[in-house]
Design a protein around this ligand. Structure first.
Ligand code: CA
Length: 496
């Protein structure tokens, strides 16, 4: 699949009649984002960014049509290459205007790619934001997304699944939808109830930005995931009613998570989840799925969510202790294993996943469990220690002294796992207990981090950035700088 991601347009590439590539700014699933400008002097005439008149000579300083200065303008350009691109073309031709929508300013078709261009307003991409967001930002995001979807439906536009790659975020936190997937454009409105499945995806997206301690907001969004809001107006009214009570909660910066497709893969098969167990404990899980489309991403999501669900169910009414948690983790991993295995049998594929989980009680007693080569690291006083031991062939070679630890990272057989979730009838886990002190950090990550970034650099990033959301983003960035050959997921917990 990765072979079908097109080659990048290098800086200086001319696209269409008006655009010059400044650089590739970001990759996302099924998308490549570029910054481009209209500083083109290679034609006879030059387009005015104000009136779009094209009757000025390329050397002119003032537009011959409207009299405005011909200044260089910058645009965000998104390239896509999959699926039926015709509905998006039809949507772009509508030239819809809405404050919550960055409507395509121009669309170019270039052999197998569709390029959509919007004026660049200095906004960032939501794919660069780690979770969690403060409750009020999650709710503003919800209002914005639901409002735009309802409005698009009235215009006869049926959006496809929404991902965080389709959100632009301004420095003040305002969000605009951008570069939507569009599955249908028609002359009459789309009935709002037909957007019901889409609202489940939206609620899932919002939940992924919700703090582990924001239990009221999480419960509210679970209703959306379960399909309790039949249409965007229903969802919008429900948000409105509960906005003030849900927005009021505030949380100290003690954790963050981020998952990214990387620079070469087309599909992100990693997943992470977190959940609160009553007022005193939390559970975190990171999983790296394998099995390709409709396999890996299903297995990792199922495994990570099963850990959280089983822990919640088992410990609902009990005082959480480290001893109790060990048994719960054993059962939860076995449940995740059974769930993935039966899903694999149902689908007839060979999906499986790694899984590393962390539970913290009172911010002090931590328990780590793992299967596979997703890792837990412990950071204290500027020192980084790997807690988990990889269940991999290369790790066995390291233990036997046949491979040096520093060679293991780039060993050609580093992808051979000896234990995974979902492939055998029973799964055996390793357990590690930690006592945390204020300032200690625990990092969970997939091999997309440690395969690209050595431990010294991971340590430096954890040491440098006190805010875990910034640390998470920098870890993902470091993975990209290391090559970005794999999906990458990081989860940072800071003891207080
Ligand atoms: Ca991986």
């Amino acid at each position: 699949m990765s072979s079908s991601r097109p080659a990048y347009f290098p800086p200086g590439t001319r696209l269409g009649r008006h655009y010059l590539v400044e650089g590739l700014v970001r990759l996302a699933e099924g998308r490549m984002f570029y910054l481009v400008n209209d500083d083109r002097t290679d034609g006879d005439t030059r387009r005015c960014g104000s009136c779009l008149g094209e009757d000025s000579p390329s050397t002119a300083r003032i537009c011959h049509h409207c009299g405005q200065p011909l200044v260089v303008r910058r645009y965000l350009l998104s390239a896509r290459w999959r699926g039926n691109l015709d509905p998006f073309d039809a949507f772009a031709r509508l030239k819809l205007e809405h404050p919550g929508l960055a409507s395509p300013f121009e669309v170019l078709r270039l052999s197998d790619q569709l390029l959509s261009v919007v004026p660049y307003r200095g906004e960032g991409l939501m794919v660069d934001e780690a979770s969690p967001l403060p409750n009020h930002r999650v709710l503003h995001l919800a209002q914005r997304v639901v409002g735009v979807l309802a409005w698009l439906a009235r215009q006869g536009v049926r959006p496809g699944p929404l991902t965080r790659a389709q959100l632009l975020v301004s420095p003040n936190g305002a969000v605009r939808l951008f570069d939507l997937d569009v599955t249908e454009v028609r002359a009459d409105p789309i009935p709002p109830v037909e957007l019901r499945p889409l609202l489940g995806d939206v609620a899932r997206l919002l939940r992924s930005y919700t703090h582990v301690r924001a239990t009221d907001l999480t419960q509210f969004l679970e209703l959306g995931v379960a399909g309790d809001f039949p249409s965007p107006p229903d969802f919008g009214r429900a948000i409105e009613r509960r906005f003030d009570s849900l927005a009021a909660a505030a949380f100290p910066p003690t954790l963050a998570a981020m998952s990214d497709v990387g620079l070469t893969r087309q599909l992100n098969e990693d997943s992470w989840r977190w959940t609160a167990l009553g007022p005193r404990a939390e559970v975190f899980a990171v999983a790296d799925g394998m099995g390709g489309h409709d396999g890996g991403e299903v297995a990792s999501a199922l495994a990570a969510s099963t850990i959280c669900r089983v822990a919640r169910e088992r410990l609902r009414d009990e005082a959480v202790t480290p001893e109790l948690l060990e048994g719960v983790f054993r059962d939860a991993f076995q449940a995740a294993n059974n769930g993935v295995k039966s899903e694999a049998e149902r689908k007839g594929n060979d999906m499986g996943t790694t899984l590393v989980a962390l539970a913290v009680i009172d911010g002090r007693h931590a328990l780590v469990a793992n299967v596979g080569d997703s890792r837990a690291y412990f950071f204290r006083d500027g020192q980084l220690h790997q807690v988990s031991v990889d269940h991999s062939y290369v790790q066995q070679l390291v233990l036997r002294g046949r491979v040096k630890p520093e060679e293991a990272r780039h060993h050609p057989q580093s992808n051979i796992l000896l234990r995974t979730v979902g492939t055998e009838r029973d799964v055996e886990i390793d357990l590690f207990r930690l006592q945390l002190e204020p300032g200690d950090k625990v990092l969970l990550c997939t091999d997309g981090l440690w395969g690209e970034v050595d431990d010294d650099e991971i340590r430096d990033i954890l040491a440098r950035y006190a805010d875990p959301r910034v640390a998470a983003r920098e870890l993902v960035r470091a993975s990209h700088h290391g090559g970005g050959k794999d999906n990458v997921t990081v989860l940072v917990y800071v003891a207080r």
